[in-house]
Design a protein around this ligand. Structure first.
Ligand code: LMR
Length: 328
């Protein structure tokens, strides 16, 4: 009997030990809304790969693309609840949490992606990663997508061409003001609903990056794309401050290392992936690409730039000046 009891308790200990080992594994969920074949989708997969290489069985990273788990309007609250550990909404989606990040939506703020990197890597950009700490969110990095293009079911060459048209926009007051500045009608809508809204004519147009236009097939349901490069669509990868600070230091260091490497990876591949996807849209022959003349470009700039004054109070002129300095 004693032997049997001993054997049973050894077996029990083994089971308990296994359970403990299993429960010690940290499950890290990363939810986003775009397709895997985008800069953010590729960066997220690289993060999983590196985190699991660096930390072995101690972590299990699960990536949920394509709005499978949360839309961007829900993901930040889900991070705070602990339902998911990382998200990377576009910088246009943080209006409820901080007004400072509205800077990134100002039309014609950055002349190219080098200027964007200059600002994000500088003091002001780095401070903005902490702009939501008071709300329990920490930014752990910026990931690029790229500059936005305008598309519609009619050719947009001059700002007056947009008058009266309905555009799907991300949930940003700055972007709403940008379309109102050209007498268009902005409609805030989840990314996941955009394709069908374009297809059914609920909206006439939208603005997005080449990568999103390609991977979500918006080009198949838009007759014209104007290569306007009029604004930025980039991301902040965010996590819960409390969860992050409460992690075992070894795990936090490993995840921080994986995040740093995946940030470099995603930002390194963005430009090439986007130019491939731009070319694929052109080669599809499904839509006509319009290039703006110098005067046409200036007309859009002139029409949209007054939006800066509407938001400079909330954003802070010092931030706008720091961004503008990166263009020179
Ligand atoms: C959008 O809603 O258009 C984008 O923010 C989607 C994304 O994550 O790129």
């Amino acid at each position: 009997i004693t032997k049997k009891l001993l054997a049973a308790s050894v077996a029990m200990a083994a089971v308990l030990g296994m359970t403990n080992a299993a429960s010690a594994q940290v499950v890290v969920k990363y939810a986003h809304v775009v397709a895997p074949n985008t800069p953010k989708g590729q960066g997220a997969e690289f993060f999983k790969k590196r985190a699991e290489e660096l930390l072995g069985d101690k972590v299990q990273v699960e990536i949920y693309p394509n709005s499978q788990l949360f839309d961007d309007d829900k993901v930040l609250a889900a991070i705070l609840r602990g339902d998911v550990q990382f998200g990377a909404p576009s910088l246009a989606k943080f209006g409820k949490w901080t007004k400072k990040l509205q800077i990134y939506d100002l039309p014609f703020l950055f002349k190219d992606m080098d200027a964007v990197s200059c600002f994000q890597n500088g003091d002001s950009g780095q401070e903005l990663l902490n702009s939501m700490n008071g709300k329990g969110l920490t930014g752990v990095g910026y990931w690029h997508n790229g500059l936005k293009q305008l598309s519609a079911n009619k050719p947009l060459r001059m700002p007056t061409d947009a008058a009266g048209l309905k555009f799907r926009i991300q949930s940003s007051d700055v972007i709403a003001a940008q379309f109102e500045a050209v007498n268009a009608v902005p409609q805030k809508m989840a990314f996941a609903e955009t394709y069908s809204a374009l297809q059914t004519g609920v909206v006439d147009g939208q603005e997005n990056t080449w990568s999103n236009i390609y991977s979500k097939k918006f080009f198949e349901v838009q007759d014209y794309i104007t290569e306007s490069n009029h604004g930025l669509l980039d991301y902040m990868v965010v996590t819960s401050t409390k969860w992050w600070e409460g992690l075992d230091p070894e795990i936090r260091d490993g995840l921080a290392q994986a995040m740093k490497e995946s940030t470099d990876y995603a930002n390194g591949l963005a430009a090439d992936l986007i130019s491939e996807q731009r070319q694929a849209v052109i080669d599809s022959g499904e839509t006509e690409i319009l290039q703006l003349s110098g005067d046409e470009f200036k007309a859009w700039q002139g029409a949209m730039k007054p939006v800066w004054d509407q938001f400079s109070g909330e954003i802070g002129q010092n931030l706008i000046d720091a961004a503008a300095a990166c263009n020179s």
